[in-house]
Design a protein around this ligand. Structure first.
Ligand SMILES: NC(=O)c1ccc[n+]([C@@H]2O[C@H](COP(=O)([O-])OP(=O)(O)OC[C@H]3O[C@@H](n4cnc5c(N)ncnc54)[C@H](OP(=O)(O)O)[C@@H]3O)[C@@H](O)[C@H]2O)c1
Length: 284
């Protein structure tokens, strides 16, 4: 099959998309980055930045010109937007890698949770499009723990619920490394990759790892689920309930662990300690 020469990264300013851009830029593939506000997007040398907005699919046409493959981060838009976006992508590119979610279930008619639902809405038109596709279905991102940064910047205590909840958080660079393989090699067409970090850590242990990266001891202080829920009012209610319910469940049944990052990239997923060291400046 013909070589992938040019990739458009949608979500290029995001945690995962940013690494997709920088990792691709280190190869011989031409990289174009989509941004809603190009002036605010800082990209590696040689990466072309083009304006576009997924809520206005017609703005994607220019960005898609001459592109072979697309990396798509999906901001939970409604079904009609999903269909329109996939249509315009399929008119120009032949391959798509979707940053989906481990919350999507293949064993049900209707998704039973809001995050799975939001991603299934974009997976379906992609499956129907004739594009070569790969779905990345990660479990929790380590970047979720950036929510503790305001507390850590101003003290040595992190207050949260379900400190014993244990999970395998992913470094965004590992998700991107899988995406780059899927974008540039034919081997991953049609794959639905469930991705996780390599080791389980409780939230208490995650806070301790951030402390180790910063060189100062941090402690966990347990608050009630109701107190935690009250602090999540910036999220749509059903998302907040689902996330908090997930944490409660992971106290007794730790989050899933897969070896997919290693199988696809040849190296084990980065540890949470490595992520904390890479992000020390965000907490300092
Ligand atoms: N957090 C988790 O634990 C987790 C787990 C599994 C899956 N996921 C999924 O991962 C995705 C988030 O990935 P991330 O953390 O890398 O993203 P992120 O850092 O939140 O960045 C979001 C990106 O999407 C772009 N974007 C947002 N709305 C847009 C629009 N209307 N048109 C064009 N671009 C738009 C933003 O670009 P601008 O510069 O234009 O703002 C930005 O580049 C979500 O779909 C989430 O459901 C997350």
């Amino acid at each position: 099959m013909a070589h992938i020469k040019k990739v458009l990264v949608i979500g290029a300013t995001g945690h995962v998309g940013g690494h997709v851009v920088s990792q691709l830029a280190a190869t011989d593939v031409e990289v174009r980055a989509l941004a809603r506000t190009p002036a605010a997007a800082s990209m590696p040398t040689g990466v072309e930045v083009v304006q576009g907005d997924l809520t206005k699919p017609e703005t994607l046409t220019r960005a898609l010109d001459g592109v072979d493959a697309v990396h798509l981060t999906w901001p939970a838009l409604p079904a009609d937007a999903a269909k329109a976006v996939v249509e315009v992508i399929a008119e120009h590119a032949r391959r798509i890698v979707l940053l989906s979610s481990g919350a999507v279930r293949d064993d049900v008619e209707e998704q039973d949770n809001p995050i799975g639902k939001a991603h299934a809405l974009i997976e379906q038109p992609i499956r129907d499009s004739g594009l070569e596709w790969t779905f990345l279905r990660p479990y929790g991102f380590a970047t979720n723990t950036l929510e503790w940064a305001p507390q850590i910047r101003t003290g040595n205590v992190v207050r949260g619920a379900y400190g014993a909840a244990s999970m395998t958080l992913l470094h965004e660079a590992d998700i991107a490394a899988v995406a780059v393989r899927a974008l540039t090699s034919d081997e991953h067409i049609g794959a639905r990759y469930e991705l996780s970090g390599s080791a389980r850590l409780s939230r208490v242990e995650q806070v301790a790892a951030i402390g180790a990266a910063l060189g100062r001891p941090l402690t966990w202080e347990e608050i009630t689920p109701a107190q935690a829920r009250a602090q999540m009012d910036w999220l749509p209610a059903e998302f907040a309930d689902y996330i908090l319910g997930g944490l409660a469940a992971m106290v007794d049944a730790p989050g899933p662990r897969t070896s997919t990052v290693q199988e696809v990239t040849g190296v084990p997923a980065r540890s949470y300690a490595k992520w904390a060291a890479d992000h020390a400046a965000d907490f300092a």
